[in-house]
Design a protein around this ligand. Sequence first.
Ligand code: F0G
Length: 468
Amino acid sequence: MRAVIEPFRIKVVEPIHRTTRPERERLLRQARYNVFRLRSEDVLIDLLTDSGTGAMSDQQWARMIQGDESYAGARSYYRFLEVVNALTGMPHIFPVHQGRAAEHILCTILGGPGKVIPSNTHFDTTRANIEYTGATALDLPIAEALSPETLHPFKGNMDVKRLEELIHRTGAERIPACFLTLTNNTLGGQPVSMSNVQEVKATLDPYGIPLIIDASRIAENAYFIKLREPEYADRSPWEIAREIFAIADGCYMSAKKDGLVNIGGFLAVRDASLARRIEQLLILWEGFPTYGGLAGRDLEAIAQGLQEAFQEDYLHYRIHTIAWFAEQLRQRGVPIIEPPGGHAVFVNAARFAPHIPAEHFPGQAIVCALYVHAGVRAVEVGSLMLGKRDSNGRHIAPPLELVRLAVPRRVYTQSHLEYVADALADLFAQRQHLRGLQLLSASPFLRHFTAELEPLEPSLLLSGDTVL
Ligand code: F0G
């Protein structure tokens, strides 16, 4: 049997709202051409993020009713602790309200002016939390990761040679930790191999630099290892993840991804003195260490969700869904990052709209046109999210201009994704009408969330006569 099916049936449904094209033109104009500023009710299919947008299972909802909301020592905390400890093997585990809270605490302790924190690629909130302390966030992906069509089974890998060079050049004392993001979200949701995790650790060990895993999508990454690293073919994704954590000195997770919950996360470390410092900041910013900014019911949902996220049937369906979606786009001629990753399909905006220069945000032009045309919300991962300015105010573009179509977990069906593929194919056929945008206002950190933009010139794909 070739068909891969959803390993669940649907018990509760939520209607989605249709809008007309003139309404969407108006709504996007009001949102200053930034889809983060839209109301979700005005979006038909929302592929903005896979973070916190998944559907919980009946088991998770059942466990939530059992949430113990005691301030200290809640039963729900101990359930959470048991599962996170079984998965990570870390002795010191702290709940946090989401991934960036873990980053905030960790980077406050590790960062500071003069420090350098390398990664395969930092996610934008990680980078911002590092830079906010005055430290430098450095991305060291393998060369293949920057070549959109180059096939490589583990495009999320870190370039170990460059890591070694960095340590020699910078001096280990200025590198308080090395991060590895599994999967590598920013460069396409690409997995990191077990052998790469081992090589990174072997490179760091002689210098005593700790390895911290960003485990937000660890289940998807573990499943790719099972599929693509032959010696792991017979191991379960849970066992593979355990092995990754066993190599690391610490980890954090936004459980809004592979924890299958709408809010939550954790931070975990081996070192007792680091744990004490984390605990102090946790109490200051998040809450008492047995709830860390979460309700007891959220801890219950994470404990259950983590176990469901590692079920092979689920991961098989999850990874297959993304691959199927990618194939739909490929068949329609839409240029994508190859091979597709674990949580999203990434459109190569630089090839889709080569006539728009990076400083006029080709990815954002596609995102805006996709919303106006079809009511679909995607997110730009390119010059708007990751671009910088040099001291002369000139735009420094990131290596890739992408549009991410992130697929929420257990939410949309095949026909929803087929609709999105058709919509992108329509735009691709009209791509010469895409026009760039300019920034009207932007904040110094994480500017894409709140930036205001306007089209540089009238665009048929954003307003006026319907060409599609
Ligand atoms: N690390 C990675 C790899 C992420 O993708 C994210 C969030 C975070 C950390 C921060 O976690 O949102 O819980 O604070 N990624 C979301 C996304 C926002 O859309 O990819 P958070």
